[in-house]
Every structure is written in C-alpha cells, then in structure tokens.
Design a protein around this ligand. Sequence first.
Ligand code: ISE
Length: 340
Amino acid sequence: MTGPVAGPVTGPAPLRVGVVGVGMMGADHAVRLAGRAANATLVAVADPDVDRAERLASSFEGVRAFADPLELVADDGVDAVVIASPGFVHEEQVLACIAAGKHALCEKPLTMDAESSLRVVEAERAAGRHLVQVGFMRRFDPEYVAMKAMLDAGDLGRLLLVHNVHRNKTVPDGFLSEMIVRDSLVHEVDVCRWLFGEEIVEITVHSPAPTSEAADGVVDPQVAVFRMAGGGMATSEVFVKCGVGYEVRCEATGEHGNATVGLGSGVLVRSANRWGGSIPDDFRVRFAQAYDAEVQSWVDATRRGEVTGPTAWDGYAATVVCEAGMESLRTGSPMKVSLA
Ligand code: ISE
C-alpha cells in the first residue's frame, strides 16, 4: 500500500516509543525498549491506573507518564506505540495510531471480534499504508523460526499435520472459557496459518472433562481441531491451569519427516537423587528471546516505514477463527470460517 502519511524515521535518531497499558506485558516491553532494543528509546508510558504508570516511568530516566493512552498516542514526542492494554480497548487505540500516522505493535488479540478487527484492516487501507503489527511472538522464537525455514525449504516434504500443546501454570479465576480461545488459543491459530501458509477453514473446540482446578463452568483444558484450506489438519491442547509451569510445544508432521519445538532441553541438573531441568513460570521467560527479536524487528521496520511482522490482516484472520472457535465451544459443533 502507498499513500500520504508521516514519513519513516530514518537517520541516527532513535525511534521514540510510547507503551500503552503497563500491566505485566506492557512493563516487560517497557524494560526491553528502555534497555535492550537498539535504535529505540522509551519516552512515555500510559495507563488509566496512573499510579502504576508513574511508578514505572520513574524507574527510567526521562520517561513521561500519561493517564490517557490516547493522549500518549497523539503526543508529538512519540513516534510509535506498543499497545499492551486489555483487548477490549485495542480497537480505539490502534485506530488512533492509524489516524495519527504512527506505527503500532499491538499485543494479541488485535480486537475482540471480527467486525472490529476488519475496521482496523479497513482503516489501514484507507490510510494507504501498513502501520500495524500484531504481537504473535512465536513467529520470532528461534526454534519456531528454524522449523518454519525447514518447512519452507521442503526439508520435511509437504506439511500434513501440526500438533500444538499450550499450557499455562495458572490463570486468575476470571479467565473464562472464551478467553482460553481468544487470548491463548489465538497463538496456535496464528502459528498454524503461518506454518501452513494457508487459512483455517474450519474449527472445532472440544470440551474434555475439566480439571478440578478450573473455576465453576470453565472448560479447561480444551482441544481445538483446525482444518486448513489445503486439507491439512492441526490439533491444539490448551490447558491454562495445568499447575506445572509454562509449556508450549509444536510438532509439525510432513510427508518426509517431522520437527518439534519447545522440548525445553536446557541445562540438565542432577541433584538430591533426581535429574532434570526447569520449566518457566510464564511466557515472559519462555519467549524472552522471541519478544526481544519481535520488538527489535518492529523497531527496525518502523524506522524504514514498513511492517514486516504479522499484519492487521493476520490479526483479523485470527480473530475470525477464534470467534468461530468460541461458537464451537458453545455448540460443540464444527464451525466453518470465512474471511471478508
Ligand atoms: C497470554 O495473554 C499470552 O499471550 C500467553 O502467551 C498465553 O500463553 C496465555 O495463555 C495468555 O493468557
């Protein structure tokens, strides 16, 4: 897409980034931008919980705190925005970035439903250029990247099946069945679209007997089955109160071999008559390298005026699949997926 908007940030000046929403993930990105990202500088944070924003801002030098995320987006001292606020405010914040001609890295889900995600795609189209990247960080994890390269090179032959495992140690009781689809399974939706290079055309979300740890009425674990446009299939176990630790695995089965990522084969320790390694508590640890690479690649692309990571369309497609997944969870039936 081409068109009139603020030009790319080039030359030696670092990209001045503001982070909107500074809960767990936003604070993690703020630290990354302030300390580890090259050619970027953290200049502002915003959160309706202004004490939280001020506390975080004061842990860095020269970072301003805003109570209103939209004020941060409009501020002339901010070149680009990382959106890590809750999903239900993403639409207005992403649209504000597009209206201001600013690049945004928006955490998943892009928005809460298909219609609003499509509005984002359309706003970008009207602006005449891509400005939005969606935070599907698995695409930047070194193991996933290696597996994708192997598949694209044809080393495993045609991809037939993908099997995902996605387990969180725990989540708050307010994390309902639909959130397991929209906030957790959404990653596997993106992984499968990316690995196959095809759309998902049907989704079924099965409800096994829940763990006794699940809050009343919450379906945890869930097993999702995707049918891909080319006939391939994928399965995903999502279990958000597994109690063990954060485990994400993906096995791709091709005609001539298979590849697995996420076996966690780090340091092997023998002590006190036991042997083994450790399992991280949460995604910030498991995907630390992926988040670093994701943010760096977003900074670099933004400075060139480009979007090279998962686009608003990818965010929209994932939202459509998850919406169908939530319907399947309610009805127990397979749901067809159709994109605009
Ligand atoms: C969370 O929002 C994430 O994005 C994590 O990657 C995922 O594992 C978790 O289930 C979500 O709640």
